[in-house]
Design a protein around this ligand. Structure first.
Ligand code: XIL
Length: 706
């Protein structure tokens, strides 16, 4: 139902695009670390792109312009144009730069390490080349560059053959062995003793490679080499690395250096990682579930990074938006889409709550009360967190549609035993929630729980125990009946179903009863109100406590499931067909077959969400039928429209998370106009069933009271 609520609002809020931010990631993270970005030429010349860069970031890396080949393509021939442009942009805007990179086996002129015949140079010649290159560039930018990636990607990838060297077999390595790395750091330090000097590499959280990176830097430290930090490139993807791997790597690195930077962060939506890439250029077609995986990976990563803010002092994204990305837009890797618009994931990364970072989740999880017999999961704890476990050994992704504000859910992770487990990122609202699983893009129910009809299908349900759950608890009180009735409908030419609640004393007396016709919402059906709504238990308890005079409740299908959600579908919904079924077929059938008080004053109609819209339309169209009206998260009445209807009482209610002022204002206006009206707001709930259970509790006592 949450979904419908948003869909109902859709025409009003013009789709769910993230609006233009007024401040940036750098502001959200000012107490943690700098937020950097790698820029190309266009990023620092186009006014719109400049706007994004200056709003979001407070550290800049030149994506290519300061690399060895672009700055010195041939020995002694320097080309500073692009690097100067970016450096000047930073100088003008007071932004300090990460320098990238002094020594790398890629994007380097071959003159650095070999002669015209392709023979490797002597160690002395190579060192002389390296020294003059490093001196030239470090000196030129020392006023604006505060740290350098001195050596890039010198450690060998996994898997490493037994006995193979831990370092990459590059020309530099072949000439000088590990020593060339030491020398590069020494030359950089001589040129700018103030600059922080980094060793930078990818697959930085992969356990074996991170150990080799650590080993290298440890040897450098032991040898007195001026290395200050480790750069984790962080070219990750939505499936990995695991946050434990990232956490372990940072812990390991922080035992040998005081500074860790994430230098080239992006999270692509496929399984590629690190060095060996398949470039996916072209138009992006990224499914919602992949976006959820990406958002979760970003959110979890930043949570780990915040935990390590003492040692992490800069996190740099590799490019501004997906269009700029070295990976191409189809990899969808950044927080800004191909049009420089922030993604939902941007909001999630930016909108973190520092208090939630330190929350200790109480390990008192118990099976949800809606679980199928003998099923342990899903579980719920005393704080309202939900924990899920799904057996799907061959799956590559499992997402639960609950949790994580606005993003699509809780991403489960594979445990050692092949099961998938995960806990919601925060406490859920109290009460009942529909949910489903998305396994590798396919939508399924959770075999652990019972199913409840919502979103036009039988979905999984979970119940977060509410503090006031007593009013719908199944207690040792006299219970009424919920019975199925089948009635012939001429207008639809079929037998139709309704469920009728008769109070406990119905069978013992000859009394006649008032009747409430109670409607479900858009994606639900005639089961919803007594199944997940517990309407019968709410009635039983109210009657047992003497809080209401007994009345009947009739629940039938409101013919809403076929309506296309969204603006146009909803606006053109024709409630007339249902009005005919209800007023001309069902009401007469109920009056003929039950001991009802068959008159307007003893007949009420109420509905939740779209059932409220139906109620609104039908009560006003047929004022002779109903004397009491109720809208539950389903709009309001105004005094003008109910004028002349002879209405006896009006109830309007909603959850506190649904814009409750409308309800309060409308109730006040009705009261001021002299109507018997009640407005009610359910605290701490949204467009979900706990709101409507409480609404029934609040509405029932006012109905049929003379
Ligand atoms: C990439 C640039 O983004 C591309 O434009 C260029 O064609 C290749 O290099 N690791 C690094 C970066 O250290 O310098 C690389 O940048 C990406 C991988």
């Amino acid at each position: 139902m949450k979904r419908l609520f948003f869909l109902l609002l859709l025409p009003l809020i013009q789709c769910c695009a993230v609006s233009e931010p007024t401040d940036g990631l750098k502001d959200a993270y000012k107490d943690c670390f700098k937020i950097g970005v790698a820029v190309n030429n266009r990023n620092v010349q186009d006014p719109d792109q400049i706007k994004v860069v200056l709003r979001e970031f407070n550290s800049i890396t030149a994506e290519n312009a300061m690399k060895p080949q672009p700055t010195e393509p041939r020995k002694g021939e320097f080309n500073w144009e692009d690097a100067d442009r970016i450096a000047d942009f930073c100088r003008q805007n007071g932004i300090r730069m990460r320098g990238h990179t002094l020594m790398w086996h890629n994007q380097i002129g071959t003159w650095m390490y070999q002669d015209e015949n392709g023979n490797l140079l002597s160690k002395e010649e190579f060192y002389a080349n390296m020294k003059h290159h490093i001196e030239a560039i470090v000196n030129r930018y020392k006023d604006v560059v505060y740290c350098w990636d001195v050596v890039n990607e010198a450690v060998a990838d996994s898997p490493l053959a037994p006995g193979a060297p831990e370092l990459r077999d590059s020309p530099m390595y072949r000439i000088a062995g590990e020593e060339f790395i030491y020398k590069a750091f020494e030359y950089a330090h001589e040129a700018d003793p103030e600059a922080l000097l980094f060793y930078n590499d990818y697959n930085d959280a992969e356990p074996e490679k991170s150990q080799r990176i650590f080993n290298l830097v440890k040897r450098m430290k032991d040898a007195g080499v001026p290395v200050d930090g480790i750069g984790m490139q962080a070219h990750y993807n939505v499936y990995g690395p695991s946050m434990k791997e990232v956490d372990d790597a940072i812990n390991l690195y922080s035992t040998v250096v005081k500074h860790i930077h994430l230098t080239e962060l992006d999270i692509r939506v496929n399984e590629d990682m690190g060095g060996g890439l398949r470039f996916n250029q072209g138009k992006a077609t990224v499914a919602d579930w992949e976006k959820t995986l990406q958002q979760d990976q970003y959110v979890q990563l930043f949570k780990v990074l915040r935990k390590h803010k003492d040692v992490i002092d800069c996190v740099t994204f590799w490019n501004v938006c997906d269009k700029d990305s070295w990976l191409g837009v189809r990899n969808y890797p950044l927080l800004f889409d191909e049009n420089y618009k922030p993604k939902q994931a941007y909001l999630a990364v930016k909108g973190f709550d520092p208090k939630m970072d330190n929350v200790v989740i109480a390990e008192d999880f118990k099976p949800s009360e809606l679980n199928q017999p003998g099923q342990e999961y899903p579980m719920v704890n005393s704080q309202g967190y939900a924990r899920f476990k799904v057996i799907a050994p061959k799956a590559t992704s499992v997402i639960v549609s609950l949790g994580l504000g606005g993003s699509g859910g809780t991403v489960l992770h594979k445990a050692e035993d092949g099961s998938w487990m995960g806990t919601t990122d925060g406490p859920m609202d109290e009460g009942f929630h529909y949910y489903h699983l998305t396994v590798d893009g396919g939508v399924l129910n959770d075999p652990g729980t019972n199913n409840y009809y919502g979103s036009t299908r039988w979905e999984s349900g979970i119940e977060i125990p509410a503090h006031d759950a007593d009013f719908y608890a199944m207690k040792n009180v006299p219970h009424g009946k919920v019975q199925q009735i089948l009635f012939w409908s001429n207008s639809t030419n079929q037998v139709r179903v309704a469920w009728v609640y008769t109070p406990a004393d119905y069978d013992k007396t000859k009394k006649k009863y008032p009747v409430l016709y109670l409607q479900h919402g858009w994606g639900e059906n005639e089961y919803a109100w007594w199944n997940q709504g517990h309407a019968n238990l709410i009635m039983d308890n109210l009657i047992a406590e003497g809080k209401i005079q007994p009345f009947m409740v009739v629940m039938t299908y409101g013919m809403t499931n076929d309506v296309r959600p969204g603006g146009a579908g909803l606006r053109s919904f024709n409630y007339k067909d249902f009005e005919t079924v209800l007023c001309d077929e069902l009401v007469p059938f109920v009056d003929a077959n039950f001991r009802t008080i068959a008159k307007k004053e003893s007949r009420a109609m109420a509905g939740l969400s779209m059932g409220g819209m139906e109620t609104h339309s039908i009560t006003l169209a047929r004022p002779e039928m109903f004397g009491w009206y109720g809208l539950l998260s389903g709009g309001t009445y105004n005094p003008e429209e109910v004028q002349g209807t002879g209405v006896k009482g009006i109830f309007i209610g909603c959850g506190s998370k649904e814009g409750p002022d409308q309800i309060r204002n409308a109730a006040k206006k009705l009261q001021e106009a002299g109507y018997n009206a009640k407005g009610y707001v359910s605290e701490g709930t949204a467009h979900e069933f706990l709101t409507w259970r409480r609404c029934l509790l609040e509405m029932a006592p006012m109905l049929f009271v003379k």
